[in-house]
Design a protein around this ligand. Structure first.
Ligand code: NAD
Length: 506
């Protein structure tokens, strides 16, 4: 691995994300040699910590990643702390001095990575001060990694973007969406473009519909306060889910260079149909969980969770039918659903192909029953299992004219999943190497917000009758009706297994 020389300036250094994700990611990069002796981390936050205490925090957050404590100690010696109020201009003068000193001490050649890991309301003021107090070092490269959410709607995202682009160029801005660091999300490109059989069929002539499920089995737990200000639409759809839609529906990029991939993703996102209020009513379903039980476990209703308004109308579930108006995908429904307190945790994509036009076989044996011929389905398992499967129709043993479903599948072994680089490690490494393929361009963020804003604004005028799905199920009835209206059904039905055994209780 080529070593990268850089000073990191982390805003929000005492926060949960920094301790749980950023320091372990930096440590793994250190062990791999992407970071060597020429790096320094300057952590800033409000608390009055000393360098020694901050180094202890760094050691504590990575100690389980190795048995070699000497490496941990050597790593933590690169960490320095500044107590910093992001609103106080004077503090940036001190920050510049410290950053310059550490740059010379560790030979970082003026390269700087600013990491904004705090509440987004502060992002604008931080970059403004970085500029006005000349913290940005012109000697090397300077990049900024911006945590999510990028704005709360299109207008606030635009304002934030204008603030950031007054200091950094678009190619210096890394808007993070940690889903894009997940192995199987990155694998979508490989599955699509490294396989002639799929590449040739990846269009409206052969694909009947695409289904994307991001299901969580837990409720909001201790995040009720945050969730009340967000809801499933903003928390999951605007960023992670629409990014997956873009990867699945974009045209093939000319090369795998970040700019080529982004350009195609931008085109796909800009081709998403923006719904009118009446189209929102027929294409988008929202839900909120009521109490329920599954497999012996009981779940509260959302309204009974801590820090949640007992009359809350915040959605904990969204499903929808999206339309990508490109020559490749026009007319292909892209169904999605995401929610809390669902039957099982799982992120997966089902690509449902059209049946053969030959019409020679028209039935399939499923257990004791005969069903219509089943479509070929390509499934990409993103988490917790990782893998790919495809169903093929083969001949039924007893009935020469009927078929059986032959599932062909690959699941990545658990040991490999455990050893694979973690999303933050991969993303920070990419940012250090200047590769922005797995970060969102402003135009992607803007296009996504426009889709989400149209839904949100239609909802303000439409009444809801919450709660409308029982915890432990796969969402409200309307989310099933949505597909039924098109003669389709959700391919992934984890609830069926539990229902057959009477394990889902009111
Ligand atoms: P947190 O509340 O745990 O930490 C916030 C940090 O900001 C603390 O270090 C605090 O000292 C600092 N801070 C607050 N006000 C300040 C001020 N005026 N001046 C200086 N420092 C100040 O937050 P977090 O969970 O670490 O999240 C940080 C960012 O990462 C947020 O944008 C969040 O949306 C995003 N994020 C977090 C997670 C996660 O798992 N925690 C996951 C994805 C994205």
């Amino acid at each position: 691995m080529n070593e990268v020389k850089a000073t990191f300036v982390i805003f929000g250094a005492s926060g949960d994300l920094a301790k749980r994700k950023l320091y372990p990611a930096l440590f793994r990069l250190y062990k791999k040699g992407v970071l060597g002796e020429h790096f320094a981390v300057i952590g800033t936050a409000r608390r009055p910590w000393s360098d020694e205490y901050y180094q202890e925090i760094a050691r504590e957050s990575v100690k389980d990643l190795t048995s070699d404590f000497e490496v941990v100690k050597a790593f933590a010696k690169h960490f320095f702390y500044q107590s910093h109020d992001v609103q106080d201009t004077e503090h940036y003068v001190a920050l510049k001095k410290l950053a310059d000193a550490k740059d010379s001490e560790f030979g970082c050649e003026g390269n700087q990575m600013f990491y904004l890991s705090m509440s987004p309301q502060f992002f604008g003021v931080i970059v403004g001060n970085l500029k006005s107090q000349n913290v940005v070092n012109p000697a090397g490269w300077s990049r900024v990694i911006v945590e999510k959410p990028f704005g709360y709607d299109y207008a606030t995202a635009l304002e934030l973007n204008e603030n950031i682009t007054s200091v950094f160029e678009e190619n210096e801005i890394y808007r993070i969406d940690h889903y894009l660091g997940k192995e199987m999300i990155q694998n979508i490109n490989a599955v699509r473009f490294a396989n002639g059989i799929f590449e040739a069929l990846w269009n409206s002539r052969h694909i009947d519909n695409i289904q994307i499920t991001f299901a969580e089995s837990l409720g909001v737990e201790e995040r009720g306060g945050y969730y009340e200000t967000s809801g499933a639409l903003k928390d999951m759809v605007q960023n992670h889910l629409l990014q997956v839609v873009a990867l699945l529906t974009m045209d093939p990029p000319a090369t795998l260079a970040d700019e080529d991939i982004r350009n195609e993703k931008i085109k796909a996102l800009e081709a998403l149909k923006i719904y009118t209020p009446s189209e929102v009513a027929t294409n988008i379903v929202r839900g909120q969980y009521g109490e329920g039980g599954i497999d012996g476990r009981r779940y509260n209703s959302y309204r009974a969770e801590d820090n949640v308004n007992p009359h809350s109308d915040v959605e904990t579930f969204v499903a929808g039918r999206l339309s990508v108006e490109t020559a490749r995908f026009d007319g292909v429904p892209i169904y999605f659903r995401t929610g809390k307190s669902m039957t099982e945790k799982g992120t997966r994509i089902n690509v449902v192909f059209k049946n053969s036009e030959l019409g020679l076989y028209d039935s399939c044996v499923v257990g004791k029953y005969t069903a219509p011929l089943q479509p070929n389905v390509l499934t990409i398992y993103i988490q917790p299992t990782e893998g790919v499967s495809i169903t093929i129709n083969g001949k039924n043993l007893e009935d020469n004219l009927a078929t059986d479903i032959f599932p062909l599948g690959y699941r990545r072994p658990e040991i490999e999943i455990e050893q694979a680089p973690e999303a933050y490690e991969k993303l920070i490494q990419d940012a250090l190497y200047g590769d922005s393929s797995n970060f969102s361009h402003w135009k992607e963020v803007a296009a996504s917000w426009k889709v989400v804003d149209a839904i949100k604004s239609a909802w303000t005028d439409q009444s809801v009758d919450f709660p409308n799905y029982q915890a432990g199920t796969m969402g409200p009835k309307a989310a099933f009706d949505l597909l039924e209206q098109d003669g389709n059904e959700w391919v992934w039905k984890p609830d069926v297994w539990y229902r057959e055994r009477n394990l889902i209780k009111k």
